[in-house]
Design a protein around this ligand. Structure first.
Ligand SMILES: Cc1cc2nc3c(=O)[nH]c(=O)nc-3n(C[C@H](O)[C@H](O)[C@H](O)COP(=O)(O)O)c2cc1C
Length: 260
């Protein structure tokens, strides 16, 4: 929580294209859970923001100063990033599109990443990532809403959550609190080939999925209140045994070679 304003703030970044779809419904349940536990919660619909495509000019990447790095584009990201920095908790909510988060969410992340993080010291002979916003530890989590795949097949369809889980805590100086995958819960088993074609339209949210989203909101608010959040660093992300094995491999076969 911020020193100047001790209310707990949680921000939901919603990457859906449908404002009243399932992702938003789940995000709203999350918000109710967080609010019931003392958080002030706000949701930003990325679709309503003006967010241009990253031009890869590397102005942010190369910034050596303190705080948020500048960007050569001028749009709503300039207002969004300070709100993210101010937040004690951040939830990323996205439909599963082509097995990943939406294009809207990745466009947003391309514009966010090097403004809040920078290349750190080489780690295991590879480039590392260091946050620029280490003023406080943020709670982070995600909600993924999928149309076709039931929960037990999550691993074969949801690459977005593992990606968020490995990037968001590192870049936003945070701890991963939890994630929800809400897979297809169909009105009935698809019976005809028409049903199979319409599978996304047979989909609805179950009471359990809404409860899970609510519980994630409660969990995030409580984790912030506990004051015991620990930030992820690249060093902590790799198991010591794996670190040792990689060091050995890279001694004989360095991952980078200078062409010449
Ligand atoms: C372009 C596109 C790709 C999709 N890809 C997947 C997919 O890979 N796996 C899946 O389970 N559902 C997929 N879906 C279905 C969406 O995940 C599903 O409709 C989701 O509930 C949409 O969230 P919303 O209600 O917030 O719009 C896709 C939908 C679209 C439009």
């Amino acid at each position: 929580m911020t020193m100047s304003d001790d209310r707990m703030k949680i921000l939901v970044l919603n990457g859906t294209y449908r404002p009243n779809g399932t992702t938003t419904e789940l995000a709203q349940s999350f918000m109710e859970g967080a609010k019931a536990n003392g958080a002030e919660v706000d949701m930003i619909m990325l679709r309503d923001q003006s967010i241009g495509y990253c031009t890869n000019c590397l102005k942010c990447y190369g910034f050596a100063g303190k705080g948020i790095a500048p960007c050569s584009l001028k749009d709503d990201m300039d207002e969004l990033i300070p709100r993210i920095v101010e937040a004690d908790g951040i939830l990323f909510a996205s439909p599963v599109h082509n097995g990943f988060v939406t294009g809207l969410m990745t466009v947003f992340w391309e514009r966010l990443s090097w403004r809040v993080a920078q290349p750190g010291k080489p780690f295991l002979n590879c480039m590392s990532i260091k946050t620029r916003i280490d003023d406080k530890v943020r709670a982070v989590g995600s909600i993924a809403s999928a149309g076709g795949m039931p929960n037990r097949l999550r691993k074969s369809c949801d690459d977005g959550t593992p990606w968020l889980k490995s990037n968001a805590p590192l870049m936003l100086h945070g701890q991963w609190i939890g994630d929800i995958y809400a897979g297809a819960d169909l009105e009935h088993m698809p019976e005809s080939s028409q049903d199979w074609h319409r599978i996304y339209f047979l989909r609805r949210l179950s009471a359990v999925q809404r409860q899970q989203a609510y519980a994630l909101g409660v969990q995030m608010a409580k984790a912030i209140q506990s004051g015991g959040l620990k930030p992820v660093t690249i060093d902590k992300m790799i198991h010591p045994a794996l670190k040792w094995i990689l060091k050995l491999i890279f001694t004989f076969s360095p991952p980078y070679r200078v062409a010449g």
